[in-house]
Design a protein around this ligand. Structure first.
Ligand SMILES: Cc1cc2nc3c(=O)[nH]c(=O)nc-3n(C[C@H](O)[C@H](O)[C@H](O)COP(=O)(O)OP(=O)(O)OC[C@H]3O[C@@H](n4cnc5c(N)ncnc54)[C@H](O)[C@@H]3O)c2cc1C
Ligand code: FES
Length: 512
């Protein structure tokens, strides 16, 4: 049951620096029926990269974005474009073997170059900057891991070396260094992609949430006020919908936090991540005459309830003590689908799908993993062989059997476990006791209701049963949203879907 405790206040505006500093796109919403070669659902890095690549190969596309371009996970990223994913190669070699680790690296390094190529060829203004990227050992404890990762990555043909020279303002034991990596303003990048997708028989629709997907010789994607008919469809909604929770269970959502603190001087020519715990991911950027240090980390499974204010406070303390950074200007958090076996899922949406495809499980490295995945699907849809694709197949067997328990073990809405019903008088009393900002989930008459009392004293009551697969939502106090612990769906206090896989709102409930 959600409680009514309060949290401390965090510094800075609760908004992504990238979204705060970018303009807004204004594509129309979908009305009526549109017929194209490929329907792409989701206007993040995966969907838009696929859409542009498909358009470039001569296919007409329609991108359906539920909100605005770049407002999903991609708009809340750190902004590193790199094939160095902390200590991923050691882990992948251990779980899948050296060949697989090499394919993962080749695909991600090609994605770095694909982004660089697109930025130049399409003249996309997005602060693209070549930098070196480091995974650093903050202590002697992680030095052997860092050294081993550097040696393995170099053996796999990646631009890797071990170095003791790390351009951080505090001493570290050593680092893996990848040369020729990059950073971008991810929202400007996506807006640039979207502008180039739209037109010439292809479309971008915003404010258009896909609510249905019918596979067949002609795929039918349904939104509230329109339909797209296409030969193929790609579900690039970060966490997919329409697969009955199969892939969601294999890629549980994981949340992380970022603060953007003001700092003196120019940005560094490098980005960083620590090998040590607590993990810290670092990037500097200059925007509108101000240099910001982005410090990210404090990740946890989305199903775990934490105090976000404490998470931001830890990151703020780190930015200020290690870099001498000034005040935090922005803070934000987001969640990504993290595959249990370490590899993204790219291919048919369901085992029997003929024309419906999916990209998910980008494991918090989606700027490159999402780009690589988009290129794989483009080849697949065009009938072009792709040597990376088999490793990332969406129908591969789980490495760890029994992952279905991840869904089944989650709290489901409904009657109380002790079989007792809360009576109407009791519900009315508990709701009347809620002060401003307080929340409660109450089980009564066989259903769960999520109550939120607004700061002005108004009461919001919606079903607490997630419309995806029926888990009970919990309150996210930082964002004042109802979040589902199972696969990461998020809803406003009035029940509107903010983030999928749910496609339907939480229905309103009468207030007592
Ligand atoms: C804190 C944090 C930092 C990160 N930093 C980095 C980094 O530095 N480098 C890196 O490579 N990766 C990073 N990542 C990961 C990366 O940001 C993500 O993997 C990537 O942005 C995901 O892209 P996407 O296209 O899958 O999802 P999104 O960007 O979320 O795009 C999906 C879109 O689909 C839309 N949508 C959802 N449902 C529907 C529907 N039914 N109909 C229509 N539209 C719908 C959403 O509104 C959204 O815009 C980070 C992740 C986190 C959590
Ligand atoms: S049950 Fe899947 S997101 Fe809620």
């Amino acid at each position: 049951m959600a409680d009514a405790t309060t949290t401390g206040s965090a510094q800075g505006a609760p908004l992504s620096l990238w979204l705060a500093s970018a303009g807004t796109t204004r594509f129309p919403d979908l009305r009526g029926t549109v017929e194209v070669d490929v329907a792409v659902i989701g206007g993040g890095v995966a969907g838009l990269t696929a859409a542009l690549a498909l358009k470039g190969s001569g296919r007409s596309v329609a991108v359906l974005e539920a909100a605005r371009i770049g407002t999903g996970v991609t708009g809340h990223t750190t902004g590193k474009v790199t094939s160095l994913h902390r200590l991923a190669y050691t882990a992948l070699e251990h779980s899948h073997g050296a060949v697989a680790a090499g394919v993962y690296g080749t695909a991600n390094q090609a994605a770095v170059e694909h982004i660089a190529h697109l930025v130049a060829a399409e003249d996309i203004s997005c602060g693209f900057r070549r930098v070196a990227n480091f995974t650093f050992a903050g202590s002697m404890d992680t030095l052997p891991q860092v050294r081993a990762e550097a040696e393995l990555a170099a053996r796999l043909g990646l631009p890797a070396s071990f170095t003791a020279e790390v351009p951080l303002p505090f001493p570290v034991a050593g680092a893996v260094r990848f040369d020729g990596q990059a950073q971008i303003h991810a929202v400007e990048y996506l807006q640039g992609l979207a502008a180039r997708v739209d037109g010439g028989g292809s479309f971008v629709f915003e404010g258009t949430r896909a609510v249905g997907l019918q596979d067949g010789p002609q795929v039918k994607v349904t939104a509230n006020d329109g339909t797209v008919l296409a030969a193929d469809a790609i579900v690039a909604t970060n966490v997919p919908f329409g697969d009955h929770g199969r892939l969601e269970a294999l890629c549980p959502p994981h949340r992380s936090y970022i603060v953007a603190a003001v700092m003196d001087g120019p940005p560094l020519d490098a980005t960083f991540i620590s090998a040590d715990e607590p993990m810290r991911s670092l990037l500097t950027v200059r925007l509108n005459g101000v240099t910001y240090l982005l410090a990210g980390g404090e990740g946890h499974p989305a199903a775990e309830h934490v105090d976000p204010a404490q998470r931001y406070a830890s990151l703020t303390g780190y930015a200020q003590s290690r870099f001498g950074a000034g005040p935090v200007a922005y803070r934000w958090s987001t969640q990504d689908a993290v595959p249990r076996d370490g590899l993204p899922y790219v291919g048919p949406l369901a085992p029997d799908s003929r024309h419906a495809f999916v990209i998910t499980g980008l494991r918090k490295w989606g700027l490159t993993n999402g780009t690589a995945a988009a290129l794989m699907l483009t080849d697949l849809l065009n009938g072009t062989p792709n040597e990376w694709a088999p490793l990332f197949g969406s129908n591969r067997a789980p490495l760890h059997p029994g992952t279905r328990a991840a869904v089944d073990g989650q709290p489901k809405a409904g009657a109380r476990p002790d079989g007792q019903e809360t009576g109407p008088d009791d519900v009315a009393r508990q709701v009347a006791d809620l002060g401003p900002g307080a929340v409660k989930v109450i089980d009564a008459a066989g259903t769960s209701t999520a109550y939120y009392r607004g700061q002005a004293g108004e009461l919001h009551a919606v079903s607490a049963t997630c419309t995806h697969l029926g888990c009970t939502v919990g309150f996210n106090r930082e964002d004042s949203t109802w979040d589902c612990p199972c696969h990461g769906s998020r809803f406003t206090v009035d029940g509107a879907v903010i983030q999928g896989p749910a496609t339907e709102d939480l229905p309103p409930r009468p207030t007592p």
